[in-house]
Design a binder for this molecule. Structure first.
Ligand code: AKG
Length: 256
């Protein structure tokens, strides 16, 4: 059964986020949701296989599919499931929105990603972007566990670039089981590690944000034709309520 609560207290999770910039959460997806998400993501990869190389969505390091919630109903349900949303709301606020939702596969024998920040300008003391990486396969050191540099979202590391940090600081390998999540502040230096095996290493990247920062995708525009099917909560999460208002000059009314 899908319970919105999680076993570790919200306070402990918030403290881990503030201090270390990252944490893990077990069983954010059930085994059947993991299976559904794998199948759905593979369908998207397959449907984009003819263009993925040209568009830079597939290379020797990874394969990615962007904006997955708009492409597959099962991934829409999974991205906005109560456990995921409750975690994001606990950590960055009840008003948070879904800023991006991608799916990734780290290729077999991949060298892994260059360490980076999702949000380049650091904001020590305040998490504006929260990345919930849901593992769909086993994240182990050899399959490409997520790499993070502890406390790189806050001073003194916050003022240093990812390249400088990766040259001098210890990188942690965060291992989790399928269905668990690696969760971090978007300003933490991180990346998917090298996959030295022939195993799949798929993940959903669910990226939440405060409603007043720039989301990565314009979901209200992408879901405009389906707006009437959405619940109030889904509309809020997709950012329908946090768009700038428009002044309709002809009608002399404020539109939201
Ligand atoms: O999948 C992961 O472990 C993290 C991936 C990542 O950092 C990214 O694609 O920006």
């Amino acid at each position: 059964m899908d319970q919105p609560d999680h076993p570790v207290s919200s306070l402990a999770l918030s403290e881990a986020l503030a201090t270390n910039g990252w944490l893990t959460v077990d069983s954010i997806l059930s085994p059947s949701q993991v299976e559904t998400a794998r199948l759905a993501l593979d369908e998207l990869f397959e449907s984009e296989a003819d263009i993925a190389d040209d568009r830079g969505w597939h290379n020797e390091i990874y394969r990615v599919s962007y904006a997955i919630i708009a492409k597959h109903p099962a991934l829409f349900e999974i991205a906005l499931r109560p456990k995921v949303v409750a975690l994001a709301r606990d950590l960055i606020g009840t008003d948070c929105v879904l800023a991006s939702a991608n799916g990734i596969d780290i290729m077999a024998n991949s060298t892994g990603q260059r360490l980076h920040r999702d949000h380049r300008e650091t904001t020590p003391g305040r998490t504006l972007y929260l990345h919930i990486v849901c593992a769909l396969d086993s994240f182990r050191t050899e399959t490409g566990a997520t790499l993070v540099v502890n406390a790189s979202h806050r001073q003194p590391l916050a003022e240093r670039s990812p390249d400088e940090i990766s040259a001098s600081e210890k990188t942690l390998r965060v291992e989790v089981a399928p269905g668990a999540a690696v969760v971090f502040d978007g300003c933490v230096v991180h990346g998917a590690g090298p996959n030295s095996t022939s195993e799949r290493r798929r993940a959903l990247h669910l990226f939440f944000a405060k409603p007043w920062v720039q989301p990565h995708w314009d979901f209200p525009a992408m879901f405009a034709h389906r707006e009437s099917e959405l619940t109030d909560d889904q509309r809020q999460l997709l950012g329908f309520n946090s768009r700038p208002r428009r002044f309709n000059i002809k009608e002399r009314i404020i539109e939201s």
